[in-house]
Design a protein around this ligand. Structure first.
Ligand code: FES
Ligand SMILES: [Fe+2]
Length: 393
């Protein structure tokens, strides 16, 4: 794979005046939120988090997927599971915060407890005081309900309705595109590889802003000094309207710098060919994860929509082999995290400003210019294709 192939190995997308964006209600209306949750998150594969969040046996992490309570667990044997975070008895939410070193998940209501494989293990007082079993109640039928899950690039993906095409098929075009960077070589370390922020904007605006390089000169003047707008190219991958294959979009740069200034240079993936050493690609894998890859580092920004106008973003920075943990790279990691924090923080006013603009009847989906907005249009086409279902989108 070389740069030329990357630039041309994609769906050519040229926006026209006929293309229209999603209506404002998809950014502001709580009813649209539920419709969107089912169409864009529940029926396909969405990103729930990073495997490093549930790294050790006994880790339990509750997470919401557009309001649906889910739970990630790591068993003693090292398996990662995802369940609905709800007790099978009377529907109490089970975990409300991350825990570690747990052998069981105990419901805070009547104390039924489940092991981290989901099996129901104890039902205290079910037959009266101090009687913990009762005829006619078969525990083996009342384990936690599993949610279909898959792992790729260190990320945990879920398909809540269980009916989507296999994840490996869905992600195949992106996995192939990025095979030269060997995504398996990257690992996320400790606190200096993570960041979390909350924005007062719809999650889709974070995706849209990520898809384009157009705002570089205005929003990221520092970045634009060494990786200018003209150094970027569009990435557009359009799947079939209702097909299983991946849709993704974003942009790439031809002038990524491996120079760490006064800090130690980071190791690079040995397999990256010279033609890609200075390439960086920034791709939104729909619906909700923003990915970046380079020869010496990668990252994922996982979007957790909390409300139509509120989104939590979790950043995971990954380095090659042991550079994620090695103290020798601590100063480099700290400086690199700070650099990304600055870039992502610069974007906040833009997405929050667009959220405010979505309250205006003077905006009806906007314009997609022929060159700069092609990746953003791919995202809108993807959303349209899944939301249509008779609705006005
Ligand atoms: S609701 Fe969980 S034990 Fe009753
Ligand atoms: Fe930006």
């Amino acid at each position: 794979m070389n740069l030329d192939r990357l630039i041309h190995d994609q769906t050519p997308v040229i926006p026209t005046a006929e293309d229209h964006g999603l209506a404002n209600r998809w950014y502001t209306d709580p009813d649209a939120w539920v419709e969107e949750r089912d169409a864009l998150f529940v029926r396909g594969w969405a990103c729930l988090g990073h495997v490093s969040e549930v790294a050790r046996p006994g880790d339990i992490v509750p997470r919401e997927l557009m309001g649906l309570p889910l739970l990630m667990t790591r068993t003693k044997a090292g398996a990662l599971n995802v369940f609905h975070n709800v007790c099978r008895h009377r529907g109490m939410r089970l975990a409300d915060k991350p825990c570690e070193g747990r052998g069981r998940i105990t419901c805070p209501y009547h104390a039924w407890s489940y092991d981290l494989d989901g099996r129901l293990r104890a039902t205290p007082h079910i037959g009266g005081e101090k009687i913990h079993e009762i005829a006619g109640f078969d525990r083996s039928r009342w384990g936690l309900l599993p949610v279909r899950s898959a792992e790729w690039f260190g990320l945990v993906f879920v398909n809540v309705d269980g009916a989507a095409a296999p994840f490996e098929d869905v992600v195949a075009p992106l996995a192939k595109r990025w095979s030269a960077w060997s995504p398996d070589r990257f690992a996320v370390g400790g606190a200096d590889c993570r960041w979390e922020l909350e924005i007062q904007a719809n999650w889709k605006l974070a995706v849209e802003n990520y898809c384009e390089a157009y705002h570089l000169p205005m929003v990221h003047p520092g970045l634009n000094q060494y990786s200018r707008l003209g150094d970027h190219y569009n990435i557009t991958r359009q799947g079939a309207a209702d097909g299983p294959d991946a849709w993704f979009a974003g942009q790439g740069t031809r002038v990524y710098s491996l120079d760490r200034g006064p800090n130690r240079q980071l190791p690079t993936v040995p397999a990256v060919p010279p033609s890609l050493m200075r390439v960086g690609e920034y791709i939104a894998l729909f619906p909700n994860v923003l990915l970046g890859i380079h020869a010496d580092q990668a990252f994922a920004l996982v979007l957790e929509p909390r409300a139509p106008d509120r989104t939590v973003e979790r950043l995971f920075l990954a380095y090659v082999d042991d550079a994620a943990e090695d103290p020798a790279y601590a100063a480099t990691r700290a400086a690199n995290l700070e650099a990304w924090q600055q870039v992502f923080a610069e974007d906040i006013f833009a997405v929050e400003g667009m959220q405010q603009g979505r309250r205006s009847p003077g905006f009806d989906g906007g314009a997609f210019t022929p060159l700069m907005d092609a990746p953003t249009l791919v995202f809108h086409r993807w959303a349209h294709s899944r939301l249509q279902n008779g609705a006005t989108v």
